[in-house]
Design a protein around this ligand. Structure first.
Ligand code: F6R
Length: 615
């Protein structure tokens, strides 16, 4: 949560910082601010609301920087409130004497630090935990330290998570950045350098990045950057060249990132399958999975842990792995995992799934499992993220940058990776013969083309969405491997349209949710022709008997379903392993078009942030 950018170089940085923040707005969007040097003094501009407010204020007040010895230094922030409600005074940067600071994370001991600082005569002007860090650095400056020393001393006192960008009026050529527990990367340019919470913020300027580890401090000066560990010792770090380009983080003609990302799914899946499947031979190569045959044979149990949409992907993963590889799986919400003192040990494997690779609870689960001796594999979309780096190996989803807060293409590529993983484990353990695997692999390889067909249903789905967008409650029902897609459909709808939506295993309906059904309740039933079809059909009849409105997603050629459902969206019938992915597209589109018609902010729904880096 919260996005940080910073710049040191020869260009006037207002636009660089604002554009960087725009790309980070998915991390938080309740207030924003900048700090620059103007004639040697720090000038701060902050305001409540979205970044567009700040852009407007910057324009109206002609806010800009002037160089110090031909160089500029600046920081910016977009906020997702933790301590203190969204307001101008709680917006970052925070100033304390000559210090201006932006922060992402939570300072857990801020209350005691604040007491200490107040007793020393410092004045507090916000309700945030972040301001305390600026005051702490100022306090050390007052006792005679230079800027760098003051930062080092201050961070020794902090408990919690913090990425920081800090300026000091008495050393106006310097930017100091700190990373601990929340993401921060360094962008390396030509005679200019940057910091940001995430890569998309800087793609317009560079594709060279340094990934910082916790407790690392970077001191930027014109034409130089020095990275130090917490003890102040200089360390050398590798510069990574990444393949993402600036146009990948633009809307490319679509009204929203979410719609663009829904349409990118066939390509994202092509990229995810590339070099991992040999089409005609039904052979799988998972080079990035560092698990030997022996290690696979020794797995006692697999724990699948994630949050939100990634948790739904893991739920499909459990079905796939248990069915193809016959290894028992346990599924956990990352936010619960460590609190139940899980019985995970050396013979077990943990698979964490995360688009961002920075989700605090997922990371904590990973660390808990490692502490208990388990091997950890991650399914992750962001190379260099903390989860990627701390896992024993990562199988990457090649979804490209996902900007819409509601996850779409990351989800479908996670399902593809779970397919690859389950097939690979099954083939290795011989619970699956190559002959038996063949149709599953073939349908996986053809999936991008099948999804193109499903995307053609968009106008029909849009019509349905526009008919029902005023309804107050939606139910989503399915069975078996498709059941997680009912949960995911409901999550998508509630997060972007704010409509109450519940996803259930269809068999659970009679145990409670059926009470919600009346003539005003649309029920979206996932009923492809599979082994659960007849049972799902009985559930459909039970809904119709209670006057519920049934929107059925089923198989092409099904002659019965269109007769009993009020609305029917036919989809290609494929093997069970890819059906959850096919069903995903319509539930994403239903949510999108309902939200669009309701007029909510699709890409930045209220109260949410893309990367949940606090617990
Ligand atoms: C919902 C959504 C969230 C994320 C969850 C985990 O559309 O995006 O539920 O799936 O916050 O995020 P990652 O995958 O980054 O760990």
């Amino acid at each position: 949560m919260c996005g940080i950018v910073g710049y040191v170089g020869p260009r006037e940085p207002t636009e660089i910082l604002l554009k960087g923040l725009k790309k980070l707005e998915y991390r938080g969007y309740d207030s924003a601010g900048l700090a620059l040097f103007y004639e040697g003094k720090i000038k701060i501009k902050r305001c409540q609301g979205k970044l567009s407010q700040l852009e407007q204020e910057v324009q109206n007040s002609r806010y800009c920087a002037t160089p110090v010895q031909n160089h500029f230094v600046g920081i910016g922030h977009t906020r997702w409130a933790t301590h203190g409600k969204p307001s101008e005074r709680n917006a970052h940067p925070h100033q304390a004497g000559p210090i201006a600071l932006v922060h992402n994370g939570i300072i857990e001991n801020y209350a005691s630090l604040r007491e200490k600082l107040l007793s020393k005569g410092h004045a507090v002007s916000s309700e945030t935990d972040s301001e305390v860090v600026a005051l702490l650095i100022y306090d050390h400056l007052k006792s005679g330290c230079d800027f760098e020393k003051a930062v080092f001393l201050a961070i020794q006192e902090l408990i919690g998570s913090y990425s920081l960008g800090i300026l000091c009026e008495t050393e106006p050529n310097k930017l100091i950045a700190v990373r601990n527990g929340t993401p921060l990367i360094v962008g390396v340019g030509d005679h200019e350098n940057f910091i940001a919470s995430d890569i998309p913020a800087l793609l317009e300027h560079t594709n060279k990045f340094i990934y910082l580890e916790d407790h690392e401090v970077v001191v930027f000066e014109p034409n130089s950057l020095v990275i130090k560990n917490i003890a102040g010792k200089e360390i050398k770090k590798e510069i990574h060249h990444i393949q993402w380009t600036a146009d990948m983080v633009e809307k490319g003609g679509f009204q929203h990132f979410m719609l663009k990302e829904i349409h990118e799914q066939p390509q994202a899946i092509i990229n995810t399958l590339q070099d991992r499947v040999v089409k005609d031979k039904n052979v799988l190569y998972l080079k990035d999975l560092k698990l030997s045959e022996d290690e696979i044979r020794q797995i006692r149990k697999i724990y699948l842990v994630a949050c939100g949409t990634a948790y739904h992907a893991s739920m499909v993963g459990k079905y796939l792995i248990e069915s193809f590889a016959r290894i028992p799986c346990e599924l956990d919400l990352a936010s619960e995992f460590r609190y139940r003192d899980p019985l995970i040990g050396e013979k077990d494997l943990l698979i964490v799934t995360s688009q961002s690779g920075e989700t605090a609870d997922t990371l904590a689960a990973l660390r808990e499992a490692k502490k208990k001796g388990a091997k950890v594999i991650s399914i992750c979309n962001c190379r260099g993220s903390t989860i990627d780096r701390e896992s024993d190996s990562t199988v990457y989803t090649q979804a490209g940058p996902e900007i819409g807060v509601a996850s779409t293409k990351a989800f479908s590529t996670q399902l593809v990776v779970f397919n690859l993983l389950a097939l690979h484990l099954g083939l290795t353990l011989k619970t699956l013969t190559p002959e038996k695997a063949a149709p599953y692999v073939q349908d996986l390889v053809r999936l991008p083309y099948t999804l193109d067909e499903v995307l053609k249903k968009e106008p029909e789905i849009k019509r349905i969405a526009e008919k029902f967008y005023k309804k107050k409650t939606f139910l989503y029902l399915a069975r078996g491997m498709n059941m997680p897609i009912a949960l995911e459909g409901a999550l998508k709808l509630k997060e972007i349209s704010y409509i109450n939506a519940e996803g259930y295993a269809a068999g659970e309906m009679k145990h409670g949710p059926i009470a919600l059904v009346d003539e005003d309740t649309p029920v979206i039933i996932l009923a492809p022709k599979d082994k659960y079809y007849d049972k799902v059909l009985s559930n459909l009849e039970e809904i119709k008997a209670r006057a519920g409105i049934v929107i059925a997603l089923g198989s092409e050629g099904d002659l019965h379903l269109p007769k009993v459902a009020d609305w029917f969206i036919p989809l290609p019938q494929k093997s069970e392993n890819v059906m959850p992915i096919l069903l995903t597209i319509p539930v994403q589109l239903i949510a999108y078009y309902i939200a669009l018609k309701k007029g909510t902010d699709v890409d930045q729904p209220r109260n949410l942030a893309k990367s949940v880096t606090v617990e």
